[in-house]
Design a protein around this ligand. Sequence first.
Ligand SMILES: NC(=O)c1ccc[n+]([C@@H]2O[C@H](COP(=O)([O-])OP(=O)(O)OC[C@H]3O[C@@H](n4cnc5c(N)ncnc54)[C@H](O)[C@@H]3O)[C@@H](O)[C@H]2O)c1
Length: 445
Amino acid sequence: MSYEGIKKPIDAKGRLGILIPGLGAVATTFIAGVEAVKKGMALPVGSLTQMGSIRLGKRTENRMPLVREFVPLASLDDLVFGGWDIYEDNVYEAALQAEVLDAHQLHALKAELESIRPMSAVFDRDYVRNIDGPNVKKAANKMDLAELVMDDIRRFKEVNGCERVVMVWCASTEKYVEPCDIHQQIGAFEQALRDSDPRISPSMIYAYASLKMGVPFANGAPNLTCDIPALVSLSLENGTPIAGKDFKTGQTLMKTIVAPGLHARALGVSGWFSTNILGNRDGKVLDDPENFKTKEVSKLSVLEEIFDPERHPELYGEMYHKVRINYYPPRGDNKESWDNIDIFGWLGYPMQIKINFLCRDSILAAPIVLDLALFLDLAQRSNMRGIQEWLSFYFKSPQVKEGLRHEHDIFRQLIKLQNTLRYLMGEDLITHLGLDYYEELMESL
Ligand SMILES: NC(=O)c1ccc[n+]([C@@H]2O[C@H](COP(=O)([O-])OP(=O)(O)OC[C@H]3O[C@@H](n4cnc5c(N)ncnc54)[C@H](O)[C@@H]3O)[C@@H](O)[C@H]2O)c1
C-alpha cells in the first residue's frame, strides 16, 4: 500500500472500550441497543457495519459479503462502555429519562446499564447555557482538566481490561465559536489550556486528552472540537484517526438523499424551507440562540455544497434556504420535520415536494455511534491517522482537509467508504464503468 504507511488492518483482538462524553438520549440508546442486540432481543437496524453488505470484484463474481465478514471489526461481545456526564444518573436511569426506548425493554437490560455510571464531566456553562448539573470536575486550569480526563481514560482501560479505546462525543451542542490564533498550532493551544483561555471549549479538552493518549475521536455534535489545525496536527503526530462533525440523522439525512437526485437530473430548486419540532434535552439546549447558531451553520451548508449554485446559477442561483428548529417538549425525542421544496423543470415549470418526516432522532443516531466507533478502531489498526474523510457518510458537516470541498452527497460518500474498505483489504476499487462486461460479449461473437 502506498498512502503513508496505511496497511491491511491487524486483527481486532481483545476488548474495545467506547468512551462517550455525554450520556444522554443518543448515547444511552446506543449502549442499550448494543446490549439488546448482544442478548438477541433486537436487530442492529441502520448499522452498516452490522447489517450492510459490500460488493467485491465484478458483478458476475457474485461476491457480496456482509461488511463485518469482510473487514476485521471488533465484535459486539468485545465492546465495553463508559462515559462522562454533568448528571449523576447511571445509564439505566438516563435511558429511562430520555424516553427513547420502552421502559420494559430497558428493564430487561437493567443490570448491564445500571453498572455504567458517568465519570465527572468537564463542563462550562458559558458553552451550554440551558442545562446545569452537579457531576463536574474542578481543577486549577484547563490543562489540569485535560490531565484528569487522561487519568479517567487510563483507569477505564485498566479496570475493564481494554486492549484499545475510542471516544465519541455525544454531549450537548456547544455555542458557536470561530477558529482563532490559539487554535492553529499545538504549542499555542497547550499554552491556552494552561491559561484557561475562554476560547477553549470543554469538547476541545476531551478531544485533546483523547488524542494525547492516541485514542481515536469522533465528534457527533456540530461544535468545532477537533476541527482545528492544532488538534489535526496532534492527531497526525500521534497516529490517531479523527472524524466529525454532527451525526447525519433526520432532516439532513433526507436532504442528502433527495438533493443529489434533483441535482443529478438537472432539476432547478428555487426554495427549500425546513422546520422541525423537537422536545428532548438536545432541543432545550438548541433553544438558546448561540447554541442554535452552531447547528444552523452545520445544517445550512449541505444544500449549498450539493447544488453548487455558483456553477449552476440558472438552476440554484436564486435558491432560498431556511432551517428552523423549535423546542416543543410534548414530542420528546420523536422529532417531526417538514420540508417544503419548490423545484422547477423543463422550461421552468414549477413543482413542489413536501416531506413530513416523523423521525426518532436517537434511533437514527445510535447505529452511527456504533459504526463510527468500529470504523475508527479499524482505521487505527490500519495505521490511518488524522482526518478520516471516508467517514463523511455519517456526518452533516464532514471534516475535510482545509481548503478541500466537502462531499455531502450520501451516495458518493458511500462509494468513498466502500472503496476505502476495499483498498484496505487489497480488493479492486469499483469505478462502476462496466464496459468490460460488454467487451466480453463482443469477444464471444
Ligand atoms: N439525536 C440525533 O439525531 C443527533 C443528530 C446529530 C447530532 N446530535 C448531537 O448529539 C449530541 C447528543 O444528542 P442527545 O439527543 O443525546 O442530547 P442529550 O441532551 O440527550 O444528551 C447530551 C448529554 O450531554 C451532557 N453534557 C453536556 N455537556 C457535557 C460535557 N461538557 N461533558 C459531559 N456531558 C455533557 C448532558 O448533560 C446530556 O446528558 C447533541 O450535541 C446533538 O446535537 C444528535
